[in-house]
Design a protein around this ligand. Structure first.
Ligand code: PLP
Length: 224
């Protein structure tokens, strides 16, 4: 069915209030479908695997803003550093240092988000709220001139329990405001809250999200 992606994209965009940006999560979908979204005006795409991203970067127009949303291994940062617009899931100081090092080599400043772990699932990566506070309190990040911490990212527990999802997103939102006040009050660039996926982005819009990462609703089910 042609136009399917464009139609879905427009529906999602119509739901987003001003100031909320859409990351079209295109992982596992073919370039033709990304192009359909691109032709409908979408410019921010999210991918979670380095090799797949490399391939798509080569195939897509150069004004796409690529957001890396998956778990990132430090040894792969060098591949992304020349072009990535934002890295959403920074989950260690070690990774932050490596992004800084590779960004410096490319003479860039890379925007990043700190990934919070609030969800119940053991499998999810990220800082607990207290680890996140500790990281910022330690102050080392201030010396990393080639990364810019722009906010927080989180994935809520995968559940039908909307009350739980809302509580987790509210926790993330309140930590964002706390960190903003304590460390970034003078920095307008610390403003991003990346939460909300296909099944829970409406709740995210009510809990302060500024970036929603939506795949399935736009492109359909992924074929792994
Ligand atoms: C795959 C993925 C998404 C998109 O999920 P959908 O349910 O397809 O909208 C969002 N965020 C992250 C981190 C992902 O890995």
């Amino acid at each position: 069915m042609k136009e399917r992606v464009a139609t879905n994209l427009k529906k999602v965009l119509a739901d987003l209030p001003e100031g909320v940006r859409l990351v079209a999560v295109s992982k596992f979908h073919p370039v033709e479908e990304l192009l359909e979204a691109y032709d409908a005006g979408q410019r921010i795409f999210g991918e979670s695997q380095v090799q797949e991203l490399q391939r798509k970067v080569a195939a897509m127009p150069s004004d796409v803003e690529w957001h890396f949303i998956g778990h990132l291994q430090t040894n792969k940062v060098k591949y992304l550093a020349p072009y990535v617009s934002m890295i959403h899931a920074v989950d260690s100081l070690k990774l932050l240092r490596e992004i800084d090092r590779q960004a410096a080599k490319n003479d860039r400043v890379i925007d990043v988000l700190l990934e919070l772990h609030i969800a119940e699932e053991e499998t999810k990566y990220g800082f607990s709220p207290s680890d996140c506070r500790e990281l910022l309190a330690s102050g080392e990040w201030r010396e990393l001139r080639h990364v810019r911490i722009c906010g927080l990212m989180m994935m809520a527990t995968y559940t039908d329990d909307t009350t739980q999802i809302r509580l987790e997103m509210e926790q993330a939102q309140s930590l964002f405001h706390e960190l903003k006040a304590n460390y970034f009050a003078e920095e307008p660039s610390f403003c991003e809250r990346s939460w909300g996926m296909s099944h829970d982005y409406r709740i995210a819009l009510e809990t302060g999200a500024t970036l929603v990462r939506i795949g399935t609703t736009i492109f359909g089910e992924r074929v792994y």
